[in-house]
Design a protein around this ligand. Structure first.
Ligand SMILES: [Fe+2]
Length: 216
């Protein structure tokens, strides 16, 4: 083999080694205790540092050497089944979840001038009615799963219940605001009182971020 050919093979091998990107555990955009008392530091340590880290590590192991390796996370969730789907779905769910919060505020609410607020009023009549419907879906979801406020392609809004690790992208929706009702999300702080956790959840929503997801 000519020297130039050898160099080319070495280049390709090196390039392919370094081009294999792996999913990484997202960084929290706030201090680990910033959401207290709504979500405790202990819950965040466990939920982000153990549960999400586990999903990300599993996903990397499962997609290695498959056609889904190096594909975007949304693509994998929409085009997989079984263990890959469960771990990709949970990685996507938690990436969106942990980046939608800010420190608690009693008067936390969505700016009435935003496109998202106007669409919520158009859909549910009032912001309180929207929250009521979201809470109902979250308290009523049997077992483990998620409730999401999502956007349709035409900009209209919908609240869906997703079982286990599923995400609204499988139904062609864009997820905006999600609540994790797996017990690992609230049991340390609220034990079996899921409804109390759901009521407190509204104090930590970063509505600016949720509106950004809506207008993107
Ligand atoms: Fe979770």
């Amino acid at each position: 083999m000519k020297r130039t050919s050898i160099l080319f093979v070495v280049f390709l091998t090196t390039f392919s080694l370094f081009s294999q990107t792996e999913f990484e555990l997202i960084e929290l955009p706030y201090a680990i205790d910033a959401l207290e008392p709504v979500i405790s530091k202990s819950t965040i340590e466990l939920h982000h540092g153990k549960h999400l880290k586990g999903y990300v590590n599993n996903l990397n192991k499962l997609v290695k050497g498959t056609d889904l390796q190096d594909k975007p996370l949304y693509f994998i969730v929409k085009n997989s089944q079984g263990a890959i789907f469960n771990n990709a779905g949970q990685t996507l769910n938690h990436n969106l979840y942990f980046t939608q919060f800010q420190k608690p505020s009693e008067n936390n609410t969505l700016d009435t001038n935003t496109s998202l607020y106007k669409e919520i009023i158009k859909t549910w009549g009032s912001f309180d009615k929207f929250k009521e419907e979201y809470n109902k879906a979250a308290t009523g979801l049997f077992g483990s799963g998620w409730v999401w406020l999502s956007k349709n392609e035409n900009g209209s809004l919908v609240i869906t219940q997703q079982a286990n690790g599923s995400n609204p992208v499988v139904n062609g929706l864009t997820p905006l605001l999600g609540i994790d009702v797996w017990e690992h999300a609230y049991y340390l702080d609220y034990q079996n009182r899921r409804a109390d956790h759901i009521n407190a959840f509204w104090k930590i929503i970063n509505w600016k971020k949720i509106n950004e997801r809506y207008v993107e």
